[in-house]
Design a protein around this ligand. Structure first.
Ligand code: SDX
Length: 428
C-alpha cells in the first residue's frame, strides 16, 4: 500500500481510499468500500481504468511496448524458450529445471488423446462449420468426460484439468481442421514435440509418413509463445468471470474461446489477412487508410490498434521477423507480406494513426505466416485459442487460489423506466 491515500470529495464528504502499489506499473485506488461510503458506483464501460484483480503472471507497459511473462521479456522467451517451457513458467511462476521440464512435457504428452466418444461430436457439425464454432462446442463438452477433475477446490484436480486442457487443445484444433477438409482424424504421436505433434495431426494423413519440417515447427512454437498470455484481456477476463462462479475449468475455457472469436479480439488475425487480401495491391492502400479514418465508415484496419499498447506491440515485431524468416526459408514470396509492410509504413506516418497511437498488434502479421505454413484462414483464431489456453488456465488457477476471490458481479447506471403500474391491454 502506498503512503498517501486518495481522497474523493463527494457531496459534503471527503472519502479516503487506500492506494495500493504493485511490484511495477500503475498504482490502484482501492474503491471496494466506495459504494458503502457514498451510495454511488464507479462507471467504467470497457474497464479502461479498472484493475479487476491482482496478478503475478503477465505485465504489460503499453506506453513502452513491454510484455513480461513472470518477469521475462517476450522477445527473449520467443527467441530462446519453447512453448512447453513457457507454459510451465506461466503455470508455476519459474523457469523449470531440465528434470522439471522433462516431467512436465511427459505429463502433457500423456493427455494428448481425447475420448473416442468425443470424436462423434464432430459428426454433428456441417463440414463448413467455422473451427471456432466447433472449438466452443467440443471444449465445453470436455466437462462431460472429466468429472474426476472438475472439483475446483482440489488443487490436484485443478492441476490435472489444466494439463488435460493444454494437452488436448492441439488434438481438438487439428480434428476441427481435418473435419473441415474431410480427412480422417490423426491420433497424437507422443514421440514428437508438442508443436510437431500438432503439425502432424493437422497436415499428416494415415496413408503416408509425415516428416515435421523443423523450420515450420520452430515458427509455430514461437507463434504459440507469442499468443500464450496477455494480462486481463477480454477472453481472459471472461474465463476469470466464469470461473468466479465455481464453473468447471472446461466450461470456463469454452467461454474464453467464445469471447476470443470476436473480430475486435482474437478474430482479428483472420480478419487482418482477409483485409490484406482485399486490399490486394499496395496502390489500393490509400483508399483503405482513408476508410479507416472516416468516422462514418465502420471499417477499421484489422491487426492495428490496441487497448493497452500505445506503442509497438512487442509481439508484432517478433511476428514480422518470423514472417520474413519463414517465407525466406520456405522460399515463398507472398505479395500479402509486401502489402502488409507497405500498409504499416504508410499508417505509421499518417497523422491520424500517430495521434491515436495506433500500431500493428499481434494479429497483423500472424496470418502471413500461418497462411505460408498452409493453414486455412478460418483456422487462425483456433490456433490463437490453442496457444492462449495455457494463459487462461494459469489465470484461472491464480484466481481460484486468490483469498480475495469472490463471484464477479458488476453493477450499472440504470437509465430505464422508473416504477410504473401495469396497464391491462384493453386500456392501452
Ligand atoms: C487482441 O487486450 C488484449 O490484450 C488483446 C490481445 C491479446 O493478446 O489478448 O492483444 C489480442 O485482441 C489484439 C487486438 C486485435 N483487434 C484488432 O486488430 C481489431 C482492430 N482494432 C480495433 O478495433 C481497436 O484498436 C481495439 C479493439 C483493438 C482497441 O479498441 P479500443 O481500445 O476500445 O480503442 P477505440 O476503439 O476507442 O479506438 C480509439 C480510437 C477510436 O477513434 P476515436 O473514436 O477516438 O476518434 O482509435 C480508432 C477508433 O476509431 N481506432 C482505429 C483502429 N483502432 C482504433 N481506427 C482505425 N483502425 C483501427 N484498427
Amino acid at each position: 500500500m502506498s503512503d498517501a491515500p486518495a481522497t474523493l470529495k463527494f457531496g459534503d464528504k471527503d472519502i479516503g481510499m487506500p492506494v495500493l502499489s504493485g511490484s511495477v506499473g500503475p498504482d490502484v485506488i482501492d474503491i471496494r468500500k466506495l459504494y458503502a461510503q457514498t451510495g454511488a458506483f464507479t462507471y467504467d464501460p470497457g474497464f479502461t481504468s479498472t484493475a479487476s484483480c491482482q496478478s503475478a503472471i503477465t505485465y504489460i507497459d503499453g506506453e513502452e511496448g513491454i510484455l513480461l511473462h513472470r518477469g521475462y521479456p517476450i522477445d527473449q522467451l520467443a527467441e530462446q524458450s519453447s512453448f512447453p517451457e513457457v507454459s510451465y513458467l506461466l503455470l508455476h511462476g519459474e523457469l523449470p529445471s531440465k528434470a522439471e521440464l522433462d516431467k512436465f512435457t511427459y505429463t502433457i504428452s500423456r493427455h494428448t488423446m481425447v475420448h473416442e466418444q468425443l470424436a462423434m461430436f464432430f459428426r454433428g457439425f456441417r463440414r463448413d462449420a467455422h473451427p471456432m464454432a466447433i472449438m466452443c462446442g467440443v471444449v465445453g463438452a470436455l466437462s462431460a468426460f472429466y468429472h474426476d477433475s472438475a472439483d475446483i477446490t482440489d488443487p490436484q484436480q485443478r492441476l490435472i484439468a489444466s494439463h488435460r486442457l493444454i494437452a488436448k487443445m492441439p488434438t481438438l484444433a487439428a480434428m476441427a481442421h481435418k473435419y473441415s477438409v474431410g480427412q480422417p482424424f490423426m491420433h497424437p504421436d507422443n514421440r514428437l514435440s508438442y508443436t510437431g505433434n500438432f503439425l502432424r495431426m493437422t497436415f499428416g494423413v494415415p496413408a503416408e509418413p509425415y516428416v515435421v519440417n523443423p523450420i515450420i515447427e520452430r515458427a509455430m512454437d514461437r507463434i504459440f509463445i507469442l499468443h500464450a498470455d496477455h494480462e486481463q484481456n477480454a477472453s481472459t477476463s471472461t474465463v476469470r468471470l466464469a470461473g468466479s462462479s465455481g464453473a468447471n475449468p472446461f466450461a470456463c475455457i469454452a467461454a474464453g474461446i467464445a469471447c476470443l472469436w470476436g473480430p475486435a479480439h482474437g478474430g482479428a488475425n483472420e480478419a487482418a489477412l482477409n483485409m490484406l487480401r482485399e486490399i490486394g495491391k499496395p496502390e489500393h492502400i490509400p483508399e483503405y487508410i482513408a476508410r479507416a479514418k472516416d468516422k462514418d465508415d465502420p471499417f477499421r484496419l484489422m491487426g492495428f490498434g490496441h487497448r493497452v499498447y500505445k506503442n509497438y506491440d512487442p509481439r508484432a515485431k517478433v511476428m514480422q521477423q518470423t514472417a520474413e524468416e519463414v517465407l525466406r526459408e520456405l522460399n515463398i514470396s507472398d505479395p500479402v507480406l509486401d502489402t502488409a509492410q507497405e500498409l504499416e509504413q504508410i499508417a505509421l506516418n499518417d497523422p491520424y494513426f500517430i495521434e491515436k497511437k495506433l500500431y500493428p498488434n499481434v494479429d497483423f502479421y500472424s496470418g502471413v505466416i500461418l497462411n505460408a505454413i498452409g493453414f486455412p484462414t478460418e483456422m487462425f483464431t483456433a490456433l490463437f485459442a490453442l496457444a492462449r489456453t495455457v494463459g487462461w488456465v494459469a489465470q484461472w488457477n491464480e484466481m481460484i487460489s486468490d483469498p480475495e476471490q469472490k463471484i464477479g458481479r458488476p453493477r450499472q447506471l440504470y437509465t430505464g423506466a422508473t416504477q410504473r403500474d401495469y396497464v391491462p391491454v384493453a386500456q392501452r
